[in-house]
Design a protein around this ligand. Structure first.
Ligand SMILES: [Zn+2]
Length: 321
């Protein structure tokens, strides 16, 4: 078990140059070897805890009106994925009101046992390759769902570039998926303890790193210092960039930092943060193992930052020391 620091490795080759070619998506879809990922209302079709990669032959010839089709990419040669290398993945984003059977929320043609699941429900046990595909699919799907109209003239835009652009038929303006930068910080004190926060939105025993959005015209470092001062009342004197994670719920890119402070007494803002608490390495591992404290799951950047401070993997409750 190793600490998972964000890496540049990818499951899919997005083939950004090819996908802009006219007819590229249609050619991919004519090839029966491609596989289909299905999203509906932000949930992905899953089966037995794994993302479903559907054979296009099992899909109906016509999907519900308003379905958006996106080329996700080709499985990279050097990636240990359950799909063969170079398999093309196509995303079908079913419209919000897809006329799905009210009870099951699953079209009749979907394989037995499969169902739509949110990323939050699935994340803790999802294979990292599936997690990456789910994240990419959710990001582009959320953008299509929330940006149907031209921001210049208000007309409905049309999908282009294999699903990675929308073009206005009236003024020809081109629009691309948006991402909101956010910062997430593991706060380390002069005595090497870590300051973790409990938010009002969480269970009382859950503690994590502190996060917030960068404002317009603000650098990530400025946002980190401001957000940490606002939410837990300590001043960061220096920051170390650690890595990032796409978090498309609805459209964030989390920029992870280790932040250092000489302050000792935290002051929670009482708006978002209920309590901020210092942990030594031993205290945190003990509290997690005996169930007094829960920290974020292993595929989150919050966990990655905490484990970078810790110096290795932290055992979860029930795991052997
Ligand atoms: Zn327009």
């Amino acid at each position: 078990m190793t600490t998972s620091k964000p890496s540049a490795e990818t499951v899919l080759d997005r083939a950004c140059e090819q996908r802009t070619e006219p007819g590229y998506l249609e050619a991919v879809q004519r090839d029966p070897s491609h596989r289909v990922v299905l999203l509906h209302q932000g949930k992905a079709l899953m089966n037995g805890g794994a993302l479903s990669y559907l054979d296009p032959a099992d899909l109906p010839a016509v999907l519900p009106a308003g379905t958006v089709t996106v080329f996700l990419g080709k499985v990279n040669d050097d990636h240990d994925h359950k799909l063969p290398a170079t398999t093309s993945l196509v995303l079908q984003v079913l419209p919000y009101d897809a006329g799905l059977p009210e009870q099951a929320h699953v079209p009749a043609w979907v394989p037995a046992g499969a169902g739509f699941v949110t990323y939050r429900e699935a994340a803790a046990h999802l294979h990292p390759a599936d997690a990456e595909v789910f994240i990419q699919a959710a990001a582009v799907a959320n953008w299509h769902t929330t940006h149907p109209c031209c921001p210049r003239c208000g007309n409905l835009t049309e999908v282009a570039s294999a699903g990675w652009m929308r073009r206005c038929p009236v003024d020809a303006s081109e629009h691309f998926p948006r991402t909101d930068p956010a910062i997430i910080v593991a706060i380390v004190g002069a005595d090497q303890r870590i300051l973790l926060a409990n938010n009002f939105a969480w269970d009382l025993h859950r503690y994590s790193t502190v996060a917030g959005f960068a404002e317009a015209g603000e650098s990530a470092e400025q946002a980190a210092v401001r957000e940490i001062a606002e939410e837990v009342g300590v001043h960061l004197h220096s920051l170390e960039y650690s890595g990032s994670q796409a978090w498309p719920f609805p459209r964030s890119l989390m920029l992870g930092f280790i932040g250092y402070t000489d302050d000792v007494v935290p002051t929670p803002d009482n708006v978002e943060v209920r309590e901020a608490r210092w942990f030594s390495r031993d205290e945190l591992q003990t509290a997690v193992l005996n169930g007094d404290v829960a920290i974020s799951h292993r595929q989150s950047i919050a966990r990655s930052l905490i484990e970078q401070w810790y110096g290795g993997p932290i055992l979860d409750v029930g795991e052997q020391q």
